[in-house]
Ligand binder design. Structure first.
Ligand code: BES
Ligand code: MN
Ligand code: ZN
Length: 463
């Protein structure tokens, strides 16, 4: 694990100052520079465009100060994580932010999130610049978030031969241990009895499927349940994916990673709630005993499901998990899943879709997404589309026959298994950064975890 790498130096440590410059305050900053520095900035053509740096030398050639362009911070396209760029632009050393218009908590988080490296199989090439904790921020809170994000990214980035259902269980057990949570794992014959669709999807793998169920916090506190899709690899099953579609399918446990990451943040910040985390962990593999197109499964809830496509496996395992979640009538259920290609077609890789029937909750989700710089977009649970899942031989089919509204029909499928929980949010996320952006290095990403932490902080504040 790379946890130890993510740290901030204690506030007050001597370090090279970074001055963040908005288009609007550039003139004031220039006026305050020494004549040599002003000339140097001019010669090197520095302007405060977003993400540009100027390394200002002292008289004797040391790095004395850094100018960092923010661009137009009022522009709609402005990236609040822009400070994350500094990690790749600055030489190794110690740095601190001068107070300026920049939100230093966001800047420190962006810095740490950009400093993430997946080094389990290949050691990182160069040492990175390190940041001194800004005086004005809660550095522990920022570190908690950055480390939970890193832990989740590690899970997504670890290839499936290094991360099976047992390793997801181990990650959940480690969290339970750390925070004094109770944990219960169901597998084998009991899984077949209790969670028949989790068993059906996972049974063709040499690595047995299981349902992980963690509980933390006082029994009388408001109950919030997180459910994460933990498909450690998705071949598509007998409806096998083409090679291009299978290449990234180690990330099909991105929902479980997001749920674990959010749980780590929630428990770490001691929110006043009773948290439950449910992860069905399976590999959607191919073997003689694999579930087949045309099979009819009986869900935990008793509903029968005709398998129209074995590649729509995520909704099957989530269905049984949602039945379990709903049974104790929680205040709120949030599920996270790399569920459909259709959500990606609609919104692209950076913008997870979310669904909920509750408009007030939807607005709270949007606000939390903005506050946590973890953007999402709402899609409708258009009830008439539920008929697209009709089956002639079972209560419902796991897919619709046609090409339309795939993310919505998947969400409507899930709703059939938590019909009485109005406060239910479903996130359909990608779990991957296709290319590096500030705070978002290429590779596995735990989308919506910071949003959910922010949302729960607002709904159930710690005292
Ligand atoms: N894990 C995939 C969805 C996915 C694919 C997410 C690519 C992100 C990137 C899921 O299990 C799946 O295969 N969904 C199918 C559903 C279809 C068979 C109705 C899909 O979206 O094509
Ligand atoms: Mn699939
Ligand atoms: Zn899948």
């Amino acid at each position: 694990m790379q946890l130890h790498l993510l740290d901030l130096l204690p506030a007050g440590t001597a370090a090279i100052p970074i001055r963040a410059i908005d288009q609007a305050n550039w003139d004031n900053v220039t006026a305050a520079l020494t004549p040599v520095q002003r000339a140097y900035a001019g010669t090197t053509g520095f302007t405060p465009k977003a993400g540009r740096v100027c390394l200002l030398p002292s008289e004797d050639g040391r790095l004395e100060r850094v100018l960092f362009g923010l661009g137009d911070t009022k522009a709609a396209a402005h990236d609040s994580f822009v400070a994350g760029r500094l990690v790749a632009l600055l030489p190794e050393g110690r740095y601190r932010f001068e107070e300026s218009g920049l939100d230093l908590a966001d800047a420190a988080l962006a810095w740490l999130m950009s400093s993430y490296r997946f080094d389990r199989y290949k050691k990182a090439a160069a040492a990175l610049p390190v940041l001194v904790a800004p005086e004005s921020i809660d550095a522990e809170a920022v570190l908690r978030i950055a480390r939970a994000v890193a832990a989740g990214r590690d899970l997504v980035n670890t290839p499936s031969n290094g991360l099976g259902p047992a390793e997801i269980e181990a990650a959940a057990r480690a969290l339970a241990e750390r925070f004094g949570a109770a944990i219960n794992v169901t597998s084998g014959e009991e899984l077949e009895q209790e969670f028949p669709m989790v068993h059906a999807v996972g049974k063709a793998s040499t690595r047995p499927p299981r349902l992980i169920d963690l509980t933390w916090g006082p029994a009388d506190a408001p109950r919030v349940t997180l459910v994460g899709k933990g498909v450690v690899f998705d071949t598509g099953g007998l409806d096998i994916k083409p090679s291009s579609g299978m290449l990234l399918m180690k990330k099909d446990m991105g929902g479980a990673a997001a749920a674990l990451s959010a749980a780590e943040m929630v428990m770490g910040s001691g929110l006043k709630l009773r948290l439950r985390l449910i992860i069905p962990a399976v590999e959607n593999a191919i073997a003689g005993n694999a579930f087949r197109p045309g099979d009819i499964l009986t869900a935990r809830s008793g509903l029968t499901v005709e398998i129209g496509n074995t590649d729509a496996e995520g909704r099957l395992i989530l269905a049984d998990a949602l039945s379990l979640a709903e049974a104790e009538k929680p205040d709120l259920i949030i599920d996270f899943a790399t569920l459909t290609g259709a959500a990606r077609t609609a919104l692209g890789p950076d913008l997870p879709a979310f669904f909920t029937e509750d408009d007030a909750l939807a607005s709270a989700v949007e606000t939390a997404g903005r506050e946590a710089i973890d953007p999402v977009w709402r899609l409708p649970l258009h009830a008439p589309y539920a008929s697209l899942l009709d089956s002639k031989v079972a209560d419902l089919n796991n897919v619709s026959g046609g090409p339309f509204a795939g993310a919505i029909t998947a969400a409507l499928f899930l709703r059939r298994f938590a019909p009485n929980t109005k406060r239910h949010v479903h996130f359909d996320l990608y779990g991957w950064n296709p290319s590096t952006k500030p705070g978002r290095p290429e590779g596995g990403e735990v989308q919506t975890a910071r949003l959910v932490h922010q949302l729960l902080k607002t709904l159930y504040p710690a005292d």
